[in-house]
Write a protein that binds this ligand. Structure first.
Ligand SMILES: Cc1cc2nc3c(=O)[nH]c(=O)nc-3n(C[C@H](O)[C@H](O)[C@H](O)COP(=O)(O)OP(=O)(O)OC[C@H]3O[C@@H](n4cnc5c(N)ncnc54)[C@H](O)[C@@H]3O)c2cc1C
Length: 465
């Protein structure tokens, strides 16, 4: 927090009412026009709030669709969310409140778990092994302060895990495997998308993350909600922004055209900012480029497998024998997708390897092999499949933010502070308490709307934010 206050005074961050002529950014004329870069959850929330307040706003979106990492698509007969699927909580969740206000139903996630499978022994025991894994994770979480002070801020979660396992499960065996799996997969790989050897021990599980109320799923997926959020907003598709000029003159170059405005808010993902695909003129202050370079994005990905009829029953967890992993879980989405569907989720080192060198066919074949092992039977050929590629998608370049060793909360906090009244950032990577989530992205859009002078948000469901 100390760093945040110092940065505020360094960069002269001030609340900026876009409707006041010639705001703090210099002589930008009497016709304020906000340019929002990116039509994901953050950009659309911001643009809709400005639009509903009567502010002139346009959104420049690189892709031929809106939503960004929220993308509901048809896979065979199933409707699936290829990016975000869950609303993590329903109290204080702007999308949950928007859904309620606009009449879009959500449902509590009640997916049944049928198998925790141990590759080393070929055994399966769902209830007892879930409990063992959860107990180990709880106990590891309680020991985090002690591990942090023993290992220092240069330690990764893998360092902490090894020390902790040696203390609590010195002997190789099922208990140690379950505990290691819980830490590697459920605390890190499936949560932050990154390998536990990269995730900072100091910053793991320090954010608020999940909101109260339990995981919810929007019925019909996130897609209809995103469409409803974009209602009335001037979104220009297929406009990849390559240059942002900020200061006294605000100009944004996208798809060969130049757009003039009074203010610009960039919501392009952290991976895109890290890649340098958007040039800033003048260049961003070095504190920003250094923060962007210290943070990183994980590699959570999905492989969707859909059949005409279900041959299985419930979701499964696959505890791999080797540390480099395998497809760790298959979620049974049948009751939400409208067709019998399993979604394999995977992240961490395993995902980095697959995304770098496996074809889509190889990933589907690998997932089917894992299912065959869990279920001890031949698996019918799926009727439809889909392999996500968020890691290499040029408009995402990673699933979402994590804090590697060397990064800290200060880096995300700084990205929430506009370098100049004419230039701000929003997106999941700009809100420490809730980074890596849809609600974090939306709350960052709301933060920017308030900064730009919207005192009370008129968008349905969002007036209390
Ligand atoms: C596989 C996966 C599963 C997830 N699961 C969940 C979940 O269950 N629940 C949850 O809460 N969160 C989940 N998340 C995270 C969540 O999807 C994101 O945190 C959130 O959607 C990010 O929103 P955003 O607006 O910050 O970024 P984005 O949605 O990425 O929006 C940024 C927009 O900028 C556009 N853009 C990029 N470059 C340019 C450019 N140069 N010019 C113009 N436009 C550009 C992009 O196309 C995109 O539309 C998941 C993410 C992934 C990848």
């Amino acid at each position: 927090m100390v760093t945040l206050l110092v940065a505020l005074s360094l960069f002269g961050c001030a609340k900026e009412d876009v409707r006041a002529p010639s705001g703090g950014g210099g002589s930008r004329g009497d016709d304020p026009r906000v340019i929002v870069v990116g039509a994901g959850a953050a950009g659309l929330t911001l643009a809709r709030a400005l639009h509903d307040d009567g502010v002139d706003v346009i959104v420049l979106e690189a892709r031929d669709r809106i939503g960004g990492r929220v993308h509901t698509a048809h896979v065979g007969d199933a409707w699936l969310d290829l990016g975000a699927a869950w609303l993590h909580g329903d109290r204080g969740h702007p999308m949950a409140d928007f859904a309620t206000a606009t009449g879009y139903p959500t449902t509590t996630d009640r997916v049944p778990w049928s198998h925790v499978y141990d590759e080393a022994t070929g055994g399966t025991n769902t209830d007892a092994w879930w409990r063992a894994m959860e107990d180990a994770m709880d106990s590891f979480a309680l020991d985090l302060p002690e591990l942090r002070s023993a290992l220092g801020d240069g330690a990764s979660v893998a360092d902490g895990r090894d020390r902790w396992l040696d203390q609590h499960f010195p002997d190789d065996g099922l208990d140690r495997r379950l505990a290691a799996f819980g830490i590697d997969q459920y605390i890190v790989g499936l949560e932050y998308g990154c390998p536990s050897s990269l995730q900072s021990l100091e910053w793991v599980w320090r954010e608020e993350g999940v909101l109260p109320g339990g995981d919810q799923l929007p019925i019909g997926g996130y897609g209809p909600l995103i469409e409803a959020l974009a209602e009335g907003v001037d979104v220009r598709l297929e406009r990849p922004v390559t240059r942002v000029t900020w200061g006294d003159v605000v100009e944004v170059v996208a798809g060969g055209e130049t757009y003039a405005g009074s203010h610009v808010v960039v919501t392009a993902p952290l991976g895109v900012l890290r890649s340098g695909a958007i040039e800033f003129d003048p260049p961003l202050p070095s504190a920003y480029t250094q923060a962007i370079a210290r943070l990183d994005t994980g590699n959570l990905e999905k492989v969707v497998l859909s059949w005409d009829s279900a041959w299985w029953d419930g979701s499964t967890t696959f505890v791999a024998a080797a540390e480099d992993g395998a497809f760790p879980e298959f979620y049974d989405f049948t009751s939400y997708a409208g067709a019998p569907t399993l979604v394999g989720l995977y992240g961490g080192a395993f995902s980095r390897d697959l995304q770098a060198s496996w074809s889509d066919d190889a990933i589907v074949a690998g997932a089917l092999e894992t299912l065959a092992e869990i279920w001890g039977r031949e698996i019918p050929t799926p009727d439809a499949t889909f392999v996500t590629r968020w890691t290499s998608d040029p408009f995402t370049l990673g699933s979402y933010t994590f804090l590697p060793v060397g990064a800290s909360q200060d880096d995300l906090d700084l990205l929430a502070i506009p370098p100049d009244p004419s230039l701000g950032f929003a997106g999941e990577h700009t809100l420490f308490e809730h980074y890596g989530t849809v609600h974090g992205a939306m709350l960052s859009g709301i933060r920017e709307a308030h900064r730009l002078g919207v005192t009370s948000i008129r968008t349905p469901g969002l007036s209390g934010y």
